[in-house]
Design a protein around this ligand. Sequence first.
Ligand code: DX5
Ligand code: ZN
Length: 230
Amino acid sequence: MTAERRKPQVRIAASLLAADFSQLGRDVKSLNDGGCDEVHFDVMDGHFVPNITFGAPVLEWIRPLTSLPIDVHMMVQEPGRFVEDFARCGADYFTVHAEACAHLHATVQSIKAAGMKAGVALNPATPASVLDEILPDIDRVLVMTVNPGRGGQQFIKGQLAKIASLAERLPWRATGADLVVDGGVKTDTAPGCVEAGASVLVSGTGIFNHPDGVIAGIAALREAIDPSGA
Ligand code: DX5
Ligand code: ZN
């Protein structure tokens, strides 16, 4: 494949949900060493999803430990309430669920006004068409390939068609917007996501539970999506 025809490199984001929380600082630093491209920070509120994880104060602690972009994935009902907090604590991207926002357009505008890039996530049962009126306003779409709420679940293959249909809608991608895939992304499922048009792959257990460690987990994912090492 010539350089001209080569697709832009797909980025790998590590979900801290699968990190060792007693060693969070060590694990965040190891992402830099491992050549990871992004940190993925899963916030859960016990309402939108049953589990509760962490919030802006934890982001404030880890922000100085990495120069990688941090995407805050808000699995929270009405996440617009927390825009200012997370902007102040150093989030680069703030990704909200379409299902959790009564006024999605207003929430997206408030994210951008706070200086962050705006992402919108879709649950597996939510069609891409809910974004029809808002696609030009957002910086990334996150397609959930598991139901949100916990790590280590099985990839839902039926979501590949949704990823492909979003990838084909070129006007919004042409602006440099990202198509993020989150859930069950491992060495066996990652190539299909890239084939469908993903630009960012989120992986939690695939990276942090790799038997040879975090750096090997990132390398294995990269090898799976680009065996030529290009
Ligand atoms: C699930 C989270 C994911 C999760 C992915 O609700 O949004 O980011 O950490 O974990 P794995 O990669 O283990 O499916
Ligand atoms: Zn996530």
